[in-house]
Design a protein around this ligand. Structure first.
Ligand SMILES: *Cc1c(COP(=O)(O)O)cnc(C)c1O
Length: 533
């Protein structure tokens, strides 16, 4: 932390002699503005609001919560506050600024139409405890979205309430457990391939199962023979991602499902990558029993930073009876209504229980349905085709400069996987990711999946144009070539970002959560307790 300076700005960070550190009076670089912490800029003489004095008569019941002095607020005027947060927001990279090539995340353009629809007062202002007859329109949205999801997946039923992909996995596994319980069976193991998303084994463990790996073949797919050899009376089910996290379609899915069913287990499919096959393949036709759909990936809607998400779970005939409440159904006349109670009198007496207090993420439902209706069935099919085409374009245009371990296994699906073999001694995937930041791109997913050393997983999505992809590819190729040729300047990248390369281990293991800088000009320092270290 640099010493306080009266203007509130910090000098630009850079190494001596580098372009980035050419001094400016303000410490800023053109429109790249440095931003101090709010209490470094502030002073107690200033305030954006009028606050009452603290010395009022004690109020019964408030106890030690009565304020005794000035509140520990940064002393900022309203314009200073607005500029502070606006400046910080400009240091962020966002999907509206450029592509987010994160594999396994599906960061696509979010049509503004969806936002407009989700903000209609009739959707945005409904309350989950409103009487049913006042929210029939909202139920109609949920029911129509459910119809689309069942049609697109060829599945019997869908549980709408899970709030994210991982929550959907839990929902699916709880359905599987309820089904085994109903059959009077005790099964303790869930099989998960080595390449699975981290949430899969975590969910299985959370649901109380032992997790065992299934080996992959050299082409990056589930080893069917290894799987069959492990099946038996202790296997509750398997969790398979299709398309998988190596960006490949699991061609043996039908055979996998048949084998697992013959052994009395169920097949959970991680459907986070459904955008690669929507309109092309119906998971129900492959024999899958449960699959979550990340509405916030496949069907657009902004996500990141932990939310908001929505992870409805489509279910086979076998698992449908165990789905969580509440449940939107249609009556004989087609009108949607809510099944709320778990008792013999309802249409849904075998539910395993409840995943969420209410119906799920209404805003996400509305956005996803708007996306489906605006694309139509043929448009959704084209989403899958374009996503796959774009990923194969990236794969084929970069495979001569980056190791492409599964390029020989045929076309990839919606994401292209590279590894770090072939880079100069001492250079790694991390250097490529940091070099991309200087090029003005958010890096791709790195070091995942674990089956490839120094994995780089690029998902362009269908929403990037040919011109946009070419720009990204040229930058990626250039950075990859620097790493192959041992260009030392890459080792200290990024050079042009607001912050230079961090010691990431140190940052993760010993995050500095307490501000220890200089107090502001008038002696008012930081709030003394920002949190532990
Ligand atoms: C994103 C993702 C998940 C988890 O979904 P969340 O909505 O983040 O909980 C699970 N599996 C795969 C393959 C994913 O890409």
């Amino acid at each position: 932390m640099t010493a306080h300076n009266p203007s509130g700005w910090r000098p630009a960070m850079g190494e001596p002699g580098e372009a980035a550190s050419v001094p400016t009076r303000s410490g800023d670089r053109a429109l790249m503005l440095e931003e101090a912490l709010s209490f470094e800029i502030g002073s107690p003489e200033k305030c954006g609001v009028d606050l009452d004095d603290a010395n009022v008569e004690p109020i019964a019941g408030l106890g030690r919560f009565l304020r005794e002095g000035a509140p520990d607020l940064p002393g900022l005027t309203e314009p200073e506050t607005v500029r502070h947060y606006t400046r910080l927001s400009r240091q962020n990279y966002a999907i509206d600024l450029g592509p987010f090539p994160l594999g396994s995340c599906t960061m696509k353009h979010n049509p503004r139409l969806n936002e407009k629809i989700a903000r209609l007062p009739g959707f945005a202002d409904v309350h989950p405890l409103q009487p049913q007859q006042t929210v029939r329109g909202a139920y109609e949205v949920i029911a129509q979205l459910a119809d689309w999801l069942m049609t697109l997946t060829g599945m019997a039923s869908v549980a709408m309430s899970p709030k994210a992909g991982a929550h959907g996995e839990l929902c699916g596994l709880l359905c599987i457990r309820a089904a085994h319980d109903a059959n009077g069976e005790q099964r303790s193991v869930v099989l998960v391939p080595e390449s699975a998303h981290g949430t899969n084994p975590a969910t299985a463990a959370f649901a109380g199962y032992e997790v065992e790996d299934i080996a992959a073949t050299p082409e990056g797919r589930v080893d069917l023979e290894a799987l069959k050899a492990r099946l038996g009376p202790d296997i509750a089910g398997v969790m398979i991602t299709n398309p998988n996290t190596c960006g490949l379609f699991e061609r043996d899915m039908r055979a996998i499902c048949e084998a697992v069913h013959a052994a009395g287990g169920y097949v959970y499919c991680d459907g986070a990558n459904f955008n690669a096959i929507v309109g092309k393949v119906r998971p129900g036709d492959l024999g899958i029993d449960a699959m979550h759909i990340n509405l916030h990936k496949t069907f657009s809607t902004p996500h990141g930073g932990g939310g908001p998400g929505s992870g409805p779970v489509v279910l086979s005939e076998a698992l449908a009876p165990f789905a969580p409440l509440p449940f939107v159904m249609r009556d004989a006349g087609g009108a949607p209504y809510l099944v709320e109670e778990e008792d013999g009198a309802t249409d849904h007496p075998h539910s395993f229980g409840r995943m969420a207090a209410f119906n799920g993420q209404m805003g996400m439902f509305t956005r996803a349905l708007a996306y489906m209706l605006s694309h139509g069935a043929d448009g959704l099919r084209q989403v899958a085709e374009d996503a796959v085409l774009n990923a194969n374009y990236v794969l084929r245009r970069c495979e001569d400069v980056l190791q492409a371990p599964y390029a020989g296994s045929g076309p990839c699906m919606h994401e292209a996987l590279f590894g770090e073999a072939g880079l100069a001694e001492g250079f790694s995937t991390l250097d490529i990711a940091k070099g991309l930041i200087d090029e003005g791109f958010h890096p791709m997913t790195v070091y995942f999946p674990l089956v490839v050393k120094g994995a780089m997983l690029v998902e362009p999505t269908e929403t990037e144009s040919r011109v946009g992809l070419d720009r990204f590819i040229e930058s990626l190729r250039s950075v990859a070539e620097r790493a192959r040729n041992g260009d030392d300047s890459l080792k200290s990248a990024p050079h042009f970002a607001p912050r230079r390369r961090l010691d990431e281990t140190q940052a993760a293991r010993k995050p500095v959560l307490v501000w220890k800088g200089e107090p502001g000009p008038s002696g008012q320092g930081a709030p003394s307790e920002l949190g532990g270290q």
